[in-house]
Every structure is written in structure tokens, then in C-alpha cells.
Design a binder for this molecule. Structure first.
Ligand SMILES: NC(=O)c1ccc[n+]([C@@H]2O[C@H](COP(=O)([O-])OP(=O)(O)OC[C@H]3O[C@@H](n4cnc5c(N)ncnc54)[C@H](O)[C@@H]3O)[C@@H](O)[C@H]2O)c1
Length: 442
């Protein structure tokens, strides 16, 4: 298992595919097609900074440079210098973007504060670190008036979400672009099927069911020189303060699809089950390995979501949206998207109703749209639905950890702040595993 995997883990799209897709797009660009830089005004250079130089950040940087031939990778920031070097070395190998790298060692910033120096010198920032730090990085970027690509999840607790909502508002007022990494919202076939759902093609929604069942994730063996803080950041998936737990870090993609289908109306409450059945060793921190959530909506609709990260089980990433006149079936890994009922529509691996339709890479589309908007002076802002979808996942985790029915209002007002006492390399205790019925709601 490759811990550097940058796509939604378990999905067939991996970093190589994405970089290859970028290369393909660059070739298309040369012919004046996608990513041709049609909106580049003159020779204006956009200085791009990457915060969080792991798998996803490296992919996002490649996509940003592919999207806009005037973009330069100008600065990089990561807590660890080896991650910056690894990312830079990966990017320089891609001949389609290598000429757009302008990031000498003096603009490679390390440590917990490195993002501040990066934000100072860049026009566009790609926020791709582990999720815990996103609200801090996002706030600094909007306050400095920078254009932003912000990976999901955008926060791991309610104080973080409240901060992101404030940042989204600052971005709106400043007319800054804020594009989220919820890539399926940039996947053209998904846009088509969700558009059809919104147009009423399956009638009124009565229930939804989404799943994110995958295998396990990688683990980096502890090195003698690593402090607790370093070990946890290098194995961030297994610590709720860093990742939000896997329901927030990964399955949030499927929870975001519930939100999308429901036109971003939020549920009023959630109940959930969950636990840690197989991944029980101390090396796996304190996160759960499975969750099952029921979201309740004001109009009586129920949305059911299951997620699991256990090796050797059936994996699934399908969504059902059930309406009074039909059902939408979405299998993003297939990929197969179907509307059944009074209206019928079928999209399967590049064929719509059995006719071939080319589909652009969704990770590339995010950046194509962001840079096109920057160039034309637009202000895309995904901030509110980005925050709300992440909050839905946090609500599910809160309900599972506590065993309580938690309302949206309670969750949004939660005082639980998962931040460590200080950001420095040294000792850091691991919280105990949550026990439903005993773990309090804070
Ligand atoms: N949209 C998608 O499909 C998708 C796919 C994969 C990952 N992601 C998201 O991207 C983010 C990164 O995931 P990844 O797979 O690249 O993980 P990764 O571990 O490969 O990279 C994360 C990087 O962030 C760095 N980092 C940690 N704390 C930092 C800080 N305070 N300042 C700067 N850098 C810091 C780490 O050292 C690491 O290099 C996560 O939020 C993840 O959920 C999204």
C-alpha cells in the first residue's frame, strides 16, 4: 500500500494517472484545447505556492501549472524538508511543467510557520497539508488576499469549521477565488447526474444511501529520532486531531454527495454507530475503522452513510439517491452513473446513452476553472458548502464517538477543539479511543 497515494484512497485514480492526465492535457493545450491558457492575459506570471508537499499537494501543483502556462511554482512549504524535496523532484520529472518550476531553496519553507513566508510571496496558494492545519492556513491566505485552492477536509472540529466559514466570508468580501478540493463536484459526469437530480428527474428525494468502504492505509515505521509530534504528523490518518478520523478525511467525499443531492440543505441531526474492530494496535493511533451514520432532515428525508477502512473486505463507493419518480445510482469508481425511473439516462466510462463522450480529469478541471476565473477577475467561492459538507462528516463522527443523537446546531456550536497544546516537535499523548455511551459530547 502506497502511503503517498494522492487520490481518494482505494479509488483507481492514482498520482501517476493524474500526472499522466496532466501531461495529456498539456499536449491538448498545445493544440489549443483544455488548459491552453486561453485566459492568460499577456505574459502575466502567477506565483503559485504549495503548502503541504505530499501526494495530493504534488498532484495539485502539477494541475495548477498545467491549467495556466503563466503559472510558476514559486514557493513550497511543509513541516518536513524531505517532503518538499520529494515533491519538487517528482514535479521536475514532468517535462510538460518542468519549465514552470521557479522554486529555489530559499523559497522552500519548513516548520510549522513556513506557510506564512510562502503566503507573503505568492499570488495563488494551494492548501494541501494534513487537514488540522487548514483553517489556520486558509485564514492567513484570505487575510493576505491570495487566490486559493483548498483541499478537503477543511477542518477537523467545529471551531475549525466556524473559522473556515468566517474565512469564506472574508474571501467573498475581498472577491478572492476559493476553490475546494471536493473533486467530484468538478467531475463532469457527476455534475450532469446531480444536475438531473436537481432538475427533478427522480422526483422529490425521499432517501439517500452512500458508502465509502475501502482497505486500510499505510503506516510509516517510527524512527528513533522522531518525537511523538513527528510520528503523529507522519502517520496523520490515525489521529483525530490531524485527520478528523477517516469519516472526515476520506468518506467525506460520499457525505459531500449527500449534501450535493440535497442542494446543500443541511440535516437537523444525526445518530451513528462506529468502532475499532480490526485496526486496534497502538500504531493505529485512536481512530475508528468503521462508521454508520443516519442523517435526519427537517422534511423527513433520511440519508444513510457507511464507511469502513478494513483490509480483506468488500469495497464499495456507490451512492443511491431515491426519489418519488426514480433512483439515481452513482458508482464513482466504476464509473457508472444511472438515472432509472420515469426518466432514464446512462453514463458509463465515457459513454452517455451508449455514445462516446470525452471526460476531462476532475482534478484538472478544478484548476482549469480556478485559473480561468483568476484570469478573468472572477471570484468563485466554494467555501460555505465546503465547510458544511465537512461539518456533516464531523457531526457523524461526534454521534458515533458519543453514541448520542446530536443536532446540527449542537454540533456547530461544539466547543471541542482538537488542537494540541502547542505546535512543536516533542512529546504528545495519544487520546484514548472513544467509547460510545461514555465519551461525552463537548
Ligand atoms: N480531493 C481528493 O481526492 C484528495 C485525495 C488525496 C488527499 N486529499 C487531501 O489532501 C490532503 C493531503 O493529503 P495527502 O494524501 O497529500 O497526504 P500526505 O501525507 O501525502 O501529505 C500531507 C503533507 O502535509 C504536510 N504537513 C503536515 N502539517 C503541515 C503544516 N502544518 N504545514 C505544512 N505542511 C504540513 C506533511 O508533512 C505532508 O507532506 C488531505 O487533506 C487529504 O484529505 C484529497
Amino acid at each position: 500500500m502506497n502511503i503517498n497515494n494522492e487520490s481518494p484512497r482505494g479509488i483507481h485514480i492514482n498520482r501517476r494517472d493524474v500526472i499522466a492526465a496532466g501531461a495529456g492535457l498539456a499536449a491538448t493545450a498545445a493544440l489549443g484545447g483544455i488548459g491552453s491558457g486561453a485566459h492568460v492575459q499577456g505574459s502575466d506570471i502567477l506565483k503559485v505556492g504549495l503548502v503541504g508537499c505530499g501526494g495530493r499537494g504534488t498532484g495539485a501543483a502539477g494541475q495548477a501549472l498545467t491549467a495556466d502556462r503563466g503559472a510558476r511554482l514559486y514557493a513550497m512549504a511543509d513541516v518536513f524538508p524531505d517532503r518538499i524535496e520529494g515533491s519538487y523532484n517528482e514535479l521536475i520529472k514532468n517535462e510538460h511543467i518542468a519549465g514552470q518550476l521557479d522554486c529555489p531553496p530559499e523559497r522552500r519553507f519548513t516548520g510549522f510557520e513556513g506557510y506564512k513566508k510562502l503566503i507573503e510571496v505568492c499570488d495563488v496558494v494551494l492548501l494541501c497539508s494534513t487537514p488540522h492545519f487548514r483553517p489556520i492556513h486558509l485564514r492567513a491566505a484570505v487575510e493576505a488576499g491570495k487566490q486559493i485552492f483548498c483541499e478537503k477536509p477543511c477542518a477537523v472540529d467545529a471551531p475549525g469549521i466556524r473559522s473556515v466559514l468566517e474565512s469564506a466570508e472574508i474571501a467573498r468580501k475581498k472577491k478572492i477565488n476559493l476553490v475546494s478540493g471536493f473533486c467530484w463536484r468538478y467531475h463532469e459526469p457527476d455534475r450532469e447526474v446531480f444536475g438531473r437530480i436537481h432538475d427533478g428527474q427522480i422526483g422529490k428525494i425521499t432517501a439517500l444511501h452512500t458508502r465509502y468502504l475501502t482497505g486500510g492505509l499505510g503506516l510509516r515505521a517510527r524512527q528513533p529520532e522522531w518525537s511523538d509530534m513527528e510520528y503523529q504528523i507522519r502517520n496523520w490518518y490515525y489521529y483525530t486531531w490531524l485527520s478528523g478520523d477517516h469519516i472526515v478525511e476520506q468518506a467525506v467525499h460520499s457525505i459531500n454527495k449527500i449534501a450535493w443531492a440535497m442542494k446543500d440543505v443541511m440535516p437537523i441531526a444525526a445518530t451513528a454507530v462506529g468502532g475499532r474492530q480490526v485496526r486496534t494496535g497502538p500504531e493505529f493511533g485512536h481512530v475508528f475503522d468503521h462508521f454508520g451514520v443516519v442523517y435526519e432532515y427537517a422534511d423527513g428525508v433520511r440519508a444513510f452513510h457507511d464507511c469502513r477502512q478494513i483490509e480483506g473486505c468488500f469495497n464499495d463507493n456507490t451512492d443511491f439517491v431515491i426519489g418519488t419518480k426514480g433512483t439515481a445510482f452513482i458508482n464513482s469508481w466504476g464509473p457508472t452513473l444511472v438515472i432509472e425511473g420515469e426518466k432514464k439516462w446512462h453514463w458509463e466510462a465515457g459513454r452517455v446513452d451508449d455514445k462516446p463522450v470525452p471526460v476531462r480529469d476532475m482534478y484538472q478541471v478544478e484548476h482549469d476553472e480556478l485559473f480561468a476565473s483568476i484570469r478573468k477577475g472572477g471570484a468563485m467561492n466554494d467555501g460555505v458548502w465546503l465547510a458544511n459538507s465537512c461539518m456533516m462528516a464531523i457531526l457523524g463522527r461526534m454521534a458515533a464517538y458519543t453514541g448520542k443523537r446530536i443536532t446540527w446546531e449542537q454540533a456547530m456550536n461544539s466547543k471541542e477543539d482538537l488542537s494540541p497544546p502547542k505546535y512543536e516537535f516533542g512529546p504528545l499523548a495519544v487520546p484514548s479511543v472513544a467509547l460510545p455511551g461514555r465519551t461525552p459530547f463537548v
